[in-house]
Ligand binder design. Sequence first.
Ligand SMILES: Cc1cc2nc3c(=O)[nH]c(=O)nc-3n(C[C@H](O)[C@H](O)[C@H](O)COP(=O)(O)OP(=O)(O)OC[C@H]3O[C@@H](n4cnc5c(N)ncnc54)[C@H](O)[C@@H]3O)c2cc1C
Length: 461
Amino acid sequence: MTRTKINEPARDIPVLMEADIVVVGGGTTGPIAAIAAARRGKKVVLIERFGSLGGILTLGLNTKPSGALIGGIPLEIWNLARSAGGAGDDYMATTKTGGVKIASPTDPEIMKMLLTRLCVEAGVQILFETFVSAPHVEEGAVTGVIIESKSGRQFVGAKVLIDCSADADMAAKANAPFVMGAGNAEQTMQPVSMYFIMKNVDLQRLADWARTCDDVPARAIPADVEGLAYGLWLTGFNGMLRRFQAETGVKLQRDNITLKTADGQMYVNATRVLGVNVFNPPEFTAAILECYRQIEGVSRFLKERVPGFEAARLGQVSPILGVRETRHILGEYTLTGPDSRGETRFDDTIAADVSALDIHDPKGGDVDFQSMPPYEIPYRCLLPQGVEQILVAGRCISADHEAHARSRNMPACMATGQAAGVAAAIALEEGVRVRDVPVKKVQAALRELGMPLRAEEIRAS
Ligand SMILES: Cc1cc2nc3c(=O)[nH]c(=O)nc-3n(C[C@H](O)[C@H](O)[C@H](O)COP(=O)(O)OP(=O)(O)OC[C@H]3O[C@@H](n4cnc5c(N)ncnc54)[C@H](O)[C@@H]3O)c2cc1C
């Protein structure tokens, strides 16, 4: 007998706890949302399926916001990381459209500890190793979430839910509308990748060589040795990669690769798998195996062809696959390409952002990484249609495929998390739905946190 489905009997679910605000996903965005809400005195529960905070930023070994952190809690966190030796100076990276100010990469281990400490100090109840399987919706409004842990299935009550799952899991399961990737028939989406670390790299030798190498056109190379620990960033190697593949028969998937340092170790962004349905477990697993194969090939390329890597060894492979794009919610407003190029001003802006445009060609071509003017993100991009008391923050906000190439960057994700936390708290203080929160009050609170909200403010700074 071939089974296509089974029947799960209905059952009562024990209530584990009640919260004012539940934040789903303790990745790049979720901790910022949780801290912002808890600092306003709300009872916040932050639920994370893994055993540490930071998501792609830390576990994913990403480490580097592709833009400046311009204010608020994200900047506070980076400054704390800096004073703990977990980040260096910001730097200017060259791109084909000009310079981009990049916040220093951070040491993922220091960042995990820091995010956790700030959550605990703010009074956030973290639930690690807990998967949120569904939101609970009553009369069109979210009233809590169903969680799964070693204890089985339990319920956490919430007056507001902030979906920082990156895939809009909660909004989608609450039947809010969304599109996958570009929302076209092919569901065009940026590819997945897996970071890894090479240890024992001679950074000085690499920097000296890269300064004179035409094959590494996008780069930041600090003048001093100390700066190399956090400030060395190199993108390119296109010609060298082509020659290596032709001469060895090793098949890699990217035209170029990116290297960057954090705490003196080399973080490598060089793998790629196209067209993966990340919601299909066997396909997801196959993508991880393909990344492992590519990591072996790229490590060999680096050791054999790039000065400074002669004695290098594989230091760590990220325990998670890096997913760039899946669902985009269809919110009260969808950020468009022109908006993300800085062409629109919004009355309900909740963040200004100056992240780079960063598109990995869904069809496998080169990476388009460009400096762009600052732009604004409106509150309505965080508000899913059709379901009440839920906000979405992070990479799955309501933005089209082009705008997402900017808003998926970590500075923008963290800024939307901060805004969602503040807005959820203010909605509860005012006794209104999150859809009806007085945006002017949210903006005033964000300004008190030191967050610029207007594109012109960043231009001027
Ligand atoms: C390979 C790669 C390279 C990138 N490079 C850069 C870069 O150089 N600079 C830059 O600024 N940006 C970069 N980005 C983009 C950026 O890192 C991400 O878009 C951003 O970190 C996403 O933040 P997030 O909080 O939305 O998601 P995540 O950081 O992925 O966090 C989501 C969290 O939710 C948890 N979660 C998900 N579902 C559930 C559930 N049902 N229950 C419980 N927990 C759940 C996850 O475990 C995770 O911790 C890159 C992305 C990738 C994949």
